[in-house]
Design a binder for this molecule. Structure first.
Ligand code: MN
Length: 271
């Protein structure tokens, strides 16, 4: 399709012109927190060489920060790039940037309450994005945020049936944000999922438990008929259990820090 060819020309270049300022205004604290989020999501098996996590700028709500195009487990502070809400970088300085950065900007545009976005291909979730009979839904108490069903973004509705399945421009990102609506999670057919929250730590928690809930739900459905969380349980579990997010973050960050250190040492030996 002609439209998809445009996506290729825009997206596969992977490089974009920086804003004239050429500098990031994000604080060292925000950047450090995002580096930790990258390491946790890799260490917890949510991100591998692909997938990404962003956080909205805490001073300029129409900007966000996201790593340059690289494996999340290897991200360091100098790899974090600031973007405007349309996905244009401030300080990429010619470095490659993620093809699917439009996921982040379009969700921040559509959802003023969202402060962080995780996009992943975590493997247990993908089957629910293609199943015609099972919807991913809250199966255990840690995953109430999933609710009693999950929307699935069908890219063919926007890009026809010849497409890369990737969100390579703002139009597709807008479509994804529409599918997400007011929810915390949207699946992307044959591709992965995107989860959002009002804080980076909560978004990381939700990304980890989206994958775990998918494993648990698939295992339960193998056994036969399943009792899922009710609407009331969904509301109550989120209200009570998501007050405990910091415990998970503190533990996961210690474990992920050790993994990231070992990876960085191995990388430096290769260079
Ligand atoms: Mn993707």
């Amino acid at each position: 399709m002609c439209q998809d060819k445009n996506h290729e020309q825009q997206g596969f270049t992977q490089k974009a012109q920086d804003h004239a300022s050429g500098v990031s205004t994000a604080s060292a604290e925000l950047i450090a927190e995002l580096v930790t989020a990258n390491h946790i999501l890799y260490d917890q098996g949510v991100l591998d060489a692909f997938g990404h996590v962003s956080v909205r700028h805490n001073q300029y709500p129409d900007r966000f920060v996201l790593a340059r195009n690289m494996a999340p487990g290897l991200v360091q502070a100098e790899d974090i790039v600031e973007f405007d809400i349309d996905g244009n970088p401030f300080n990429a300085a010619g470095r490659a940037i993620y093809l699917e950065r439009f996921i982040h900007g379009e969700i921040y545009k559509a959802r003023p309450d969202v402060m962080a976005v995780v996009h992943s291909h975590s493997p247990s979730v993908v089957p629910f994005s293609v199943s015609k009979t099972s919807t991913l839904r809250a199966t255990c108490h840690m995953a109430g945020f999933i609710g009693t069903s999950t929307p699935v973004f069908e890219i063919r509705h926007y890009a026809g049936d010849t497409n890369s399945l990737l969100i390579t421009n703002n139009e597709l990102g807008h479509g994804l944000a529409q599918s997400l609506g007011e929810r915390s999670l949207v699946l992307m057919r044959g591709h992965g999922s995107t989860v959002v929250a009002d804080s980076l730590r909560r978004a990381v928690y939700r990304a980890v438990y989206t994958e775990l809930n998918a494993q648990i739900q698939a295992a339960a459905q193998q056994l036969g008929e399943v009792t899922f969380l009710s609407e009331g349980e969904v509301t109550e579990t989120v209200r009570v259990i998501e007050t405990q997010v910091t415990r998970a973050w503190d533990f996961w960050s210690i474990k992920a820090g050790a993994t990231a250190k070992a990876l960085a040492e191995q990388k430096s030996q290769l260079v």
